[in-house]
Structures are given as C-alpha cells and as structure tokens.
Design a protein around this ligand. Structure first.
Ligand SMILES: Cc1cc2nc3c(=O)[nH]c(=O)nc-3n(C[C@H](O)[C@H](O)[C@H](O)COP(=O)(O)O)c2cc1C
Length: 219
C-alpha cells in the first residue's frame, strides 16, 4: 500500500457500535490479537494481556453489569441540575457491547520504575528526574496495542469500538474475568461483523493540533 492509500484506509476506520449475529471465526480473532501484540512498548516489556470473551453467557454478564452500574449512575445524576447534560450519554457505556459477538478486555500492569531505582541506587533523588512512569508508560504501551488491534480488526473487515464506558463496572468485570492485582482493565472493545454503516466523525484540522518547528521559527 502506498502512503496516500494507507491514509485513505486509516480514514475509513470507524467506531462500530452495532453488529450482526454472525460469529467471528477463532482464526480471524487470533490474527486480530497477533496484530495487537505487534505494538511497540516501553523497553519492550509488553505489559498487556487480553481477555477475549466469546462465550455468550459471559458476554451477557458483562453487558448486564455495565448496564446496571450505568443505571445507578444515571439515577444519581438525574437528581442533579446537570441531568440534561448527561442525557442518553450513558447508553454509549454499554450499547455497543450488547450486539458484539466478542468483547475484548485489554489489561495492563505497572512495573517498578527501573531508571528511578538506578538513580536512587546511585544516591540520587528520582523525583528530580522525569522518567517513564511520569507518562504511565505501561498504560500508554497497552493503548498502542489497542490501536493496532483496532486496525487489524478493520483490515479483517470487522467492526470494533474501543470503550471507556465499561469502566463503570470495573470491579464487577474484574471479578467475572478473574482479573487480579497488578492487572487492571483498560476499558473494553466491542467486536463483530458490522451492521449498517457507522457515522463519520470529524477530526480537528491539522493546523489546530500540530505545531511545526522548522528552521525559520526555531528559537
Ligand atoms: C479511550 C476511548 C474511549 C471510548 N469510549 C467509548 C465508549 O464508552 N462508548 C462508545 O460508544 N465509544 C467510545 N469511544 C469511541 C469514540 O467515541 C470514537 O472513537 C470517536 O467518537 C471518533 O469516532 P471514530 O472512531 O468512528 O472515528 C471511545 C474511544 C476511545 C479512544
């Protein structure tokens, strides 16, 4: 693929929130996960894991847990004067999961900050240096794997939606999937064969998000 073709292809990815009942073949899913683990990670630690929930009964438990916690949250917010701001937003917390044939729950874990420990062992104060932990490098590494997972899913013709919404039921999902310390879920990904076409979401133009430091404006 050429550069311009790749860009067009990247632009054709959408967050898909509605899926057909067609199952996703196991070998396709394995490629999607193989795609995920091609991601770069801080010191190549690969601080990620993925629960791939195909079993319908477990998917339903997850959806129910997220819907229940969202409902609780909505009831509380309904009493505030910001109730209208929230509106139906809570539906985005669980709806894409409802028809998903697969729910992937990415997880990350933190590691001791090696460089900070080396600084300390040399008698230095790690607080005087900004190291990888200042950018939550394990979480960032896992986010890169989530992105490559989304791209491989797109390449396979699958639809996918990365979701923070399921975090409302983090405790329940951890218990359902046996996720224990030091592992922590990083949202959930709804996966399946797309139903209908997903809306195109605009992007801020490049000149609002990029600062070019060229020879003529470098100070
Ligand atoms: C960290 C993160 C959390 C998100 N959480 C949700 C979510 O809970 N529910 C949902 O429907 N979409 C969620 N999305 C998808 C975004 O709404 C979507 O990426 C954005 O609107 C741009 O649309 P596009 O992906 O189709 O280009 C999330 C995306 C990211 C990266």
């Amino acid at each position: 693929m050429t550069g311009p073709d790749t860009l067009e292809w990247l632009r054709s990815r959408r967050s898909v929130r509605s899926f057909t009942t067609e199952p996703v073949a196991r070998d396709v899913l394995e490629r999607v996960l193989e795609g995920a683990i091609t991601a770069p990670s801080s010191t190549n630690r690969q601080p990620w894991r993925f629960a791939v929930v195909r079993a319908a009964a477990m998917r339903k438990k997850i959806v129910d847990a997220v819907a229940a916690k969202t409902g609780e949250m909505k009831a509380i917010i309904a009493k505030s004067h910001h109730a209208e701001d929230f509106g139906n937003y809570g539906d985005f917390f669980h709806e894409p999961l409802a028809s998903a044939q697969v729910i992937v729950v990415p997880q990350y874990r933190e590691y001791p900050d090696l460089i900070a420990n080396l600084i300390a062992s040399g008698g230095g104060d790690p607080a005087q240096f900004s190291t990888a932990s200042a950018m939550q490098s394990e979480l960032v590494s896992t986010s890169t794997a989530i992105m490559t997972l989304l791209l491989q899913a797109h390449a396979e013709g699958l639809g996918a939606c990365m979701m923070a919404g399921p975090m409302v039921a983090r405790r329940e999902i951890h218990a359902l999937l046996g996720i224990e310390d030091p592992w922590r879920m990083v949202g959930a990904i709804a996966l399946g064969h797309p139903e209908g076409s997903a809306p195109v979401r605009g992007r801020k133009p490049l000149d609002r998000v990029v600062t070019w430091i060229e020879e003529e404006n470098a100070k």
